[in-house]
Ligand binder design. Structure first.
Ligand code: FE2
Ligand code: FE2
Length: 223
């Protein structure tokens, strides 16, 4: 990965990453994937690499405080982190905070700055299995009345399809060519609903049998 300031990286590894320890859908597996996408975009668009890294690392850190407003809580965690003032100007901190606040995929308004577009696009799961696994977490935590796979799948499918924009594609703000390619491959498979259902069913059964569902309910803290 592109060189990130060593002291800054150490601070994040020691103080921010542990916040994700008890997260499942938003755990380090997700954070590392987002960091990788974000650094790819930072390279492509020649952005400030330290800022891109910080945004990716902090973007879901506020989840255990308030799911519905986790982007605001994550922004606060970044903004109140005095350590960051050693590395960034007030203006840079403001840009990072706004980017995090605007990162959610369900948001229909264009993020206020380009870093926000990048983190929003980096946050997408263009992989059906990973998406299916992460959504089991949401159903179990946020929709306790859903008891069957069929109802779960329909909820998830409708929610994800709500991210198709007026042009008929899963929304991307940056239109980065690497992400577009990934998005188009994903979209082709996802819109084959029987195929998507098959993958979701495999992940549902796996999570049920290997103890993941149990752990989501009784151990993990993210929603
Ligand atoms: Fe998020
Ligand atoms: Fe995320």
């Amino acid at each position: 990965m592109t060189k990130i300031n060593r002291e800054l990286k150490k601070h994040i590894e020691e103080n921010i990453f542990p916040k994700y320890d008890k997260f499942y859908a938003h755990g380090m597996m997700h954070i590392n994937a987002v960091i990788e996408n974000m650094m790819m975009l930072a390279e492509y668009y020649d952005l400030n690499k330290d800022m891109a890294y910080v945004i990716a690392c902090y973007h879901d850190s506020g989840l255990s405080i308030d799911r519905e407003n986790h982007e605001k809580e994550s922004g606060k965690i970044l903004y109140n982190d005095m350590e960051l003032k050693k590395y960034f100007t007030n203006e840079e901190i403001k840009i990072m905070k706004e980017a995090i606040e605007d990162h959610r995929g369900s948001r229909k308004i264009r993020p206020r700055n380009f870093y926000g577009e990048c983190i929003s696009d980096s946050d997408r799961d263009f992989d059906i299995s990973i998406l299916a696994r992460r959504q089991i977490n949401t159903t179990l935590k946020c929709y306790p009345n859903i008891k069957t796979f069929d109802v779960h799948f329909e909820r998830c499918y409708e929610y994800i399809c709500g991210r198709i924009n007026a042009s008929g594609v899963f929304n991307l703000w940056t239109n980065n060519p690497t992400l577009i390619k990934r998005r188009d491959e994903f979209q082709k498979k996802y819109l084959d609903k029987d195929y998507a259902r098959k993958i979701y069913k495999e992940e549902w059964d796996k999570a049920k049998n290997d103890g993941t569902m149990e752990k989501i309910l009784n151990y993990y803290e993210d929603y």
